[in-house]
Design a protein around this ligand. Structure first.
Ligand SMILES: [Zn+2]
Length: 249
């Protein structure tokens, strides 16, 4: 599943389509995609893992889910969910969710919750975390209302980087670790963006899919942790478990 930085990369690949009219539309989406024909693309935006194609009266929201993909000016053998032809080329989206948004995006999306957005608000994220002290940090990082754009890779790497155990309660983190959690969710996302652009993202993974802790040189734990039950890689030795006492929970 593409995480926020991958959606930013897609957005950055498309300036030549901005302001261009969609000449024809195809695809197996069950939505009324024919209404896109003849419309001009005003802008491309992203919110977390949502890719947004903005037209004058509506927006198309693409979510790549688990197996979604795209091709620019080329095609896959598989049938496209949404395919748009322009004078300058074509955009093809596969195995993704396509939805129409009629509302104003500013009323629908909290841009301050998107870790890649210029409007990202770290204070707001800290405040939201404090309101749910019992939440495990591995779940908190995947909560798109808190950290839109963060996915499983970023989750694992951020927690390893800041030496916090994934099953720590958000409300038990000392102020320094809480600040690190929030700040590194954004910092790591930008590192991810740069590494991904240079095709060296995997090379920089320290914990995600790894067997050995590079700090302690002992085996890492792999566990489907938290309510989210996503693959979690961590070191029991150098990642500190911060827990609320039974009374606090
Ligand atoms: Zn370790």
């Amino acid at each position: 599943m593409p995480e926020g930085p991958s959606i930013v990369i897609l957005k950055e690949l498309l300036p030549s389509f901005k302001g261009k009219k969609v000449l024809s539309v195809e695809g197996n989406s069950k939505q009324d995609i024919k209404r896109i024909a003849g419309q001009k693309i005003i802008d491309f935006k992203s919110w977390g893992k949502h890719f947004l194609i903005c037209f004058k009266d509506f927006t198309i929201r693409i979510h790549f889910m688990l197996f979604g993909s795209y091709r620019i000016n080329e095609r896959k053998l598989a049938p496209a969910r949404l395919s748009m032809q322009f004078k300058v080329g074509e955009l093809n989206f596969y195995a993704c969710s396509v939805q129409f948004i009629e509302e104003d995006l500013d009323t629908l999306y909290d841009w301050t919750a998107d870790v890649m957005n210029d409007d990202w608000d770290a204070k707001q994220a800290k405040k939201k975390l404090k309101q749910q002290p019992a939440t495990l940090v591995c779940d908190a990082l995947l909560d798109q209302q808190l950290f839109a754009g963060v996915g499983n890779i970023i989750k694992n790497e951020v927690l390893f980087r800041i030496k916090v155990h994934p099953e720590s309660n958000a409300g038990a983190l000392p102020p320094k670790q809480l600040k690190l959690l929030v700040d590194e969710a954004r910092n790591y996302s930008f590192d991810f963006l740069e590494w991904k652009k240079q095709y060296v993202l995997r090379k920089h993974w320290l914990a995600h899919t790894k067997r050995t802790c590079p700090r302690c040189e002992i085996p890492l734990i792999k566990k489907y942790a938290g309510k989210s039950k996503r693959r979690t890689f961590f070191c029991n030795n150098c990642q500190v478990l911060y827990q609320l006492s039974a009374i606090q929970v």
